[in-house]
Write a protein that binds this ligand. Structure first.
Ligand SMILES: [Mn+2]
Length: 430
């Protein structure tokens, strides 16, 4: 068992206490609560928040992927949806917080979605966001939903409608849409006409959403197009989501911004406007590198969570889906996913430890460095023992990576899954 911790600056402001209390009320009673009666209530609140915070993993993160130069095969990498679900279920069993798996159509296409749903349930997971693919057909050379040819636009709309139908069948309530549309050269197409085409096609898609279903609109400022991207930034995604209606929300992929962009500011702004619907977490050094979350810029990840925790206490706290979007090129897939989950939990736990009252006081007093140090104190807190305790209370191994390495699963799947060229992750040659 874990030894008791002393966490400096673990004093929570009343707002955070309130949201944690609400979370605690929602939670089922957990083993060991009685023996923790003598603990500081703040610590209990943080533990319960950590246990209730779930993360969605992507099916494509379990398959082989690569760069435009080479796809390196990983022994035992999942080759189809069933194998991806099995790997994702293992990540959930080890971490206790990853009950949903995002799928990508057509990479994960199956004939019998009822069977997929049942198999997932048997494994202990369920299907999360359904991600349409609007970038790999020959017809999409000049775009999909913005294409100048109405027939191609209709093809793209039809594909998204198919994804909505799949979502209905697997009882998912989320369509997560990223658009690869754009142009490579000035003058290639009429930018305003493309915008209007996008509004038209998205309106058609929006009208087909089931009641309560969400359309998450993901932006990215470059790639695969290089002159302009039709949905380049949060402002464009925001504008379209507002025009469409309340079922449309903005999705922030942390790797989809120019260098130097202040992510925490964008998150704060979208939160305050009530339009933030979800995240695709990953990290990057140069472009959309899809590296392990928090591996390159842990302080930035913490600052994003600081904004999220700050508003989580509002009476109408928004629903936000926390999803990972990564491609693991040279690293072991499952271990990379677990590592990502652990980094997200660390950032969240540290954000919960921010002394918001002291922060507000420092801000009001114009104490620039005092305010900074409140954040820094939380960021520098070693939350590993706290996270280990949360896992033990959930009946899990306190060290999911060690548990995975001990499990023999990696060797087992390496033997059971000969390399295939199924294209399971969508990468040419994967
Ligand atoms: Mn993404």
């Amino acid at each position: 068992m874990c030894s008791p911790l002393s966490i400096p600056n673990a004093v929570l402001c009343s707002d955070v206490k309130e949201v944690l209390r609400l979370k605690q009320e929602q939670d089922q009673p957990t083993t060991g609560r009685a023996q923790l009666a003598n603990e500081a209530p703040e610590r209990r609140h943080v533990l319960e928040a950590i246990k209730g915070f779930t993360i969605e993993t992507p099916s494509w993160g379990y398959g082989d992927s690569g760069t435009r130069f080479k796809v390196f095969h990983w022994p035992g990498a999942a080759r189809n949806l069933r194998e991806k679900l099995a790997d994702a279920a293992l990540v959930h069993r080890l971490t206790g917080v990853c009950p949903r798996v995002a799928i990508h159509i057509p990479w994960d296409k199956e004939d019998d979605w009822a069977a997929v749903k049942a198999d997932a349930a048997e494994l202990g997971v369920r299907i999360g966001a359904v991600n349409p693919n609007l970038f790999q057909d020959e017809e999409y050379r000049f775009g999909s939903l913005c294409h100048p040819d109405p027939a191609v636009r209709q093809r793209a709309v039809k594909h998204v409608l198919e994804c909505i139908q799949i979502a209905r069948e697997v009882e998912s309530d989320t369509i997560s849409l990223w658009l690869a549309d754009g142009t490579n050269y000035p003058g290639q197409d009429d930018l305003r006409a493309r915008k209007r085409r996008l509004e038209e096609t998205l309106t058609e898609i929006y009208a087909a959403l089931a009641p309560g279903m969400r359309l998450l609109i993901e932006y990215k400022f470059f790639e695969p197009a290089f002159y302009h991207t039709d949905l380049a930034d949060w402002g464009m995604a925001y504008t379209l989501a507002r025009k469409l209606g309340p079922q449309a929300r903005v999705l922030v992929d942390t790797g989809h911004h120019p260098q130097g962009t202040n992510l925490a500011h964008i998150v704060a702004f979208l939160l305050d406007e009530g339009i933030l619907g979800g995240f695709h977490f990953n990290d990057r050094r140069y472009a959309d590198d899809d590296l392990i979350v928090g591996s390159q810029h842990p302080f930035e990840l913490f600052l994003v969570f600081n904004e999220l925790v700050a508003v989580a206490s509002q009476p109408q706290a928004p629903r936000i889906d926390y999803m990972i979007d990564q491609s693991h090129n040279i690293e072991p897939k499952i271990e990379a996913m677990i590592q990502s989950v652990l980094h997200i939990q660390s950032a969240y736990a540290r954000a919960l430890l921010v002394d918001r009252q002291r922060l507000a006081e420092a801000q009001a007093a114009g104490d620039v460095l005092g305010a900074y140090r409140v954040l820094r104190d939380a960021f520098e807190t070693d939350v590993r023992p706290l996270l280990a305790q949360a896992r033990e209370e959930m009946g899990l191994d306190p060290d999911p990576i060690a548990a995975f390495r001990r499990s023999g699963y990696a060797d087992e799947v390496a033997r059971a899954r000969p390399a295939s060229r199924s294209g399971a992750s969508g990468y040419p040659g994967a």
